[in-house]
Design a protein around this ligand. Structure first.
Ligand code: S3P
Length: 438
């Protein structure tokens, strides 16, 4: 996404109102193309997220010889069954989920492969998957525990693995390798991390069981194809949820959002802070509870965040900082050190960008402290090629006086293509432009 230079100009003063869907769930969309490739037969996917991260997974799967018909941007037919040796390294661009899950699949194949990505992805820690996959027998070469990952075929054996961190990507990589391993693979997570892999593989007929924090999987027989509609991404909804909460006069309804309880920590925390959010479950899609979320502006009180809820809102902390700035009292976030190894160090980068708007944010090793409410002043800020930083700064701009510019905003399309359009449709004073047309 970095090749296009898009910027946003944002101003406060207009309430957000109306109804909108949000784009398809990123986690499910990565999994749909990967798992569809492993199924014996033809899978159909509607509502697929066509975004930078997921397109990288889709083109990697195509490079593995899997035919994917594209009826429109969001509607796919995946002809699964046999993977073939890719001619070139697989480029997962900025997608951490893409590279880590695909590594779990590639270690089980009878041909070699190389998994790589952008400079940003090459900085992210891969030891967390290399270590357990190597214990299973995988042969993975990597310099300093970072991508590119060079994988040589090797037989795999199931292991019992106690994950040191509650990471769905690590858990998924091991479970996927377990599909190709002798014996049973058992993964214990320290707390509940998103469970999309377990649910999807179970629906496809994999021999997988989940009891509390322990998941067991055995070598796959035939994996069944699926016909599914991907619900809206709760992590994309988060930007609208915080924006409508902090902007006076707002009243927004989001439809078709994934309400999987491993993903809804932000809503729980905001409600405890006094937010006016009503969640109505309307059904099931792709095995996930789906519903509408109505958000009306409300005054917030500070809170303390730590423990199990952290992983249930791990992608939402950048925009949560904007909510904390609006809340009265001191908000304290602990046990969120994983934020430092996302697309960017999201604690340091958000603190730095919010300071440009005049905010006072205290960084801690594993979180931050923010005393509010604080008045923000518009300034020029930067997205740092991290979609969630760019969108969080746009939300901050909606409550800052004067004008806020977000540079490097094109990266928002890694997870939320059309973010600026959706926000403008809801009434936000948010204008997207390319520098030469400014
Ligand atoms: C994801 C897991 C999380 C999350 C990421 C998507 C997934 O990462 O931050 O955006 O789809 O499995 P970790 O597993 O590293 O916590």
């Amino acid at each position: 996404m970095a090749s296009i230079d898009r910027r946003w100009r944002v101003r406060s003063g207009t309430p957000l109102q109306g109804t909108t869907p949000v784009p398809g769930d990123k986690s499910l969309s990565h999994r749909a193309v990967m798992f569809g490739a492993l199924a014996q037969g033809v899978s159909h996917v509607r509502g697929w997220l066509a975004a930078g991260d997921t397109e990288a997974s889709l083109s990697s799967i195509r490079q593995l010889g899997v035919k994917i018909d594209r009826h429109d941007q969001n509607t796919l037919t995946i002809h699964g069954g046999v993977l073939q040796k890719p001619e070139l390294p697989l480029d997962l661009v900025n997608a951490g989920t893409g590279i880590r899950l695909l590594a779990g699949i590639m270690v089980g194949q009878s041909f070699p492969s190389v998994l790589d990505g952008s400079t940003q992805l090459r900085r992210r820690p891969m030891k967390r998957i290399i270590e357990p996959l190597t214990r299973m027998g995988a042969k993975i070469e990597a310099v300093d525990g970072k991508a590119p990952l060079t994988i040589t075929p090797a037989p795999l054996t199931g292991i019992h693995y106690d994950m040191p961190m509650a990471s769905a990507q690590v858990k998924s990589a091991i479970l996927l390798a377990g599909l190709f391993a002798d014996g049973e693979t058992v993964v214990t997570q320290p707390g509940p991390a998103r469970d999309h892999t377990e649910k999807m593989l179970a629906a496809m007929g994999a021999d997988i069981t989940v009891e509390g924090n322990v998941t067991r999987i055995k070598r796959a027989g035939l994996l069944k194809p699926f016909d599914t509609t991907v619900p809206g991404d709760a992590s994309s909804a988060a930007f609208v949820i915080v924006a409508a909460t902090v902007v006076p006069g707002s009243d927004v309804t989001l439809s078709g959002v994934n309400l999987n309880e491993t993903r809804t920590g932000l809503i729980d925390v905001l409600q405890a802070m006094g937010a006016d959010i009503t969640v109505t479950e309307t059904g099931l899609e792709a095995g996930e509870p789906v519903g509408t979320i109505r958000i009306r502006h409300a005054a917030l009180k500070a809170t303390e965040v730590g423990g199990a809820v952290v992983v249930r809102m791990i992608d939402e902390f950048p925009v949560f900082m904007v909510a904390a700035l609006a809340a009265s009292g001191e908000t304290v976030v602990r046990e969120a050190e994983e934020l430092r190894v996302k697309e960017t160090d999201r604690i340091a980068v958000m603190a730095g960008e919010l300071r440009k708007l005049g905010a006072e944010v205290t960084e801690t090793v594993d979180g931050f402290r923010i005393s509010g409410p604080q008045a923000l002043t518009g300034a020029v800020t930067d997205g740092h090629d991290d979609h969630r930083i760019a969108m969080s700064m746009a939300v901050a701009g909606l409550v800052a006086s004067g004008e806020t510019t977000v540079l490097d905003a094109a990266c928002a399309a890694d997870s939320f293509p059309g973010f600026a359009r959706v926000m403008a449709h809801l009434g936000a004073n948010l204008h997207e432009y390319e520098p030469e047309t400014a």
